[in-house]
Design a protein around this ligand. Structure first.
Ligand code: ADE
Length: 244
């Protein structure tokens, strides 16, 4: 659904940019203010290209190569809207979600980084895609390989499955321990749907997460300051994937 604006340029319902305003690769944190911080951290020439509903998106260059950074909002419906519009109408080829997760596996500690190869989910979003099928929400192998190579076997970087849940607060009896038993590394709220959208459009997606809290090991949550400093490690892996 493209909308003709007064100035005769096109916009989508949730992105007021023009074709060509986005780079082929987009880093996508949940928080639009974090998108702004990342854009200015990585790029001297970052320009605001969209701000509908305060969901800020920026484009600039890193070592001469174009890159965009845009918020996804929280949850799978929100992330799906932005990923769909970027892939479908703005020529975006790859989206790398950069966010936080709650740790589930005992192997994962607060401050560690998770590269999400696949995302289980309790959401119905991907079950609607192919009738009668439990969709496998998986990352782009190429992007995941690039992120893992950039990690250089660092012992705080974990590669495996996560779960994208639709609830942040609702406790489901026994669920988290069972997920741990199945080796699930962490929980967040967007990746499974984003992998589904990438598959729908034949594009690439990856999720790189910093563990901000742990659901089972009783460790303290990250402070706001730690979130910013520790986040840099995950961001470097995401940038490596963006430019592979
Ligand atoms: N993101 C960071 N921590 C989380 C948690 N505990 N649950 C869901 N998403 C998260």
């Amino acid at each position: 659904m493209l909308l003709l604006r007064k100035d005769q340029t096109m916009a989508t319902p949730h992105i007021n940019a023009e074709m060509g305003d986005f780079a082929p690769a987009v880093l996508m944190p949940g928080d639009p203010k974090r998108a702004e911080r990342i854009a200015h951290m990585l790029m001297d020439d970052a320009k605001l290209v969209t701000d509908v509903r305060g969901m800020l998106g920026f484009t600039g260059t890193v070592n001469g190569r174009p890159l965009s950074v845009m918020g996804s909002g929280m949850g799978q419906p929100s992330a799906t809207i932005y990923a769909t519009e970027l892939y479908r109408w703005f020529g975006v080829e790859r989206i790398i979600r950069v966010g936080t997760c709650g740790g589930i596996s005992p192997k994962v500690k607060v401050g560690d980084v998770v590269v999400a190869l696949g995302a289980h989910t309790d959401s119905a979003m991907n079950t609607l895609r192919i009738p009668g099928v439990h969709f496998s929400a998986v990352a782009s192998f190429k992007l995941a390989s690039a992120a893992v190579a950039a990690a250089k076997e660092a012992d705080n970087v974990h590669v495996g499955t996560i779960i994208s849940r639709d609830h942040f607060y609702l406790p489901v009896e026994g669920q988290v321990q069972k997920l741990a038993d199945y080796g699930v590394l962490g929980v967040e709220m967007e990746a499974a749907a984003m992998y589904g959208v990438a598959a729908e459009f034949g594009k690439e997606a990856l999720t790189v997460l910093t563990v901000s809290d742990h659901l089972l090991d009783g460790s303290a949550d990250m402070t706001a300051e730690e979130r910013e400093t520790k986040f840099r490690g995950a961001l470097d892996l995401a940038v490596a994937a963006a430019f592979v």
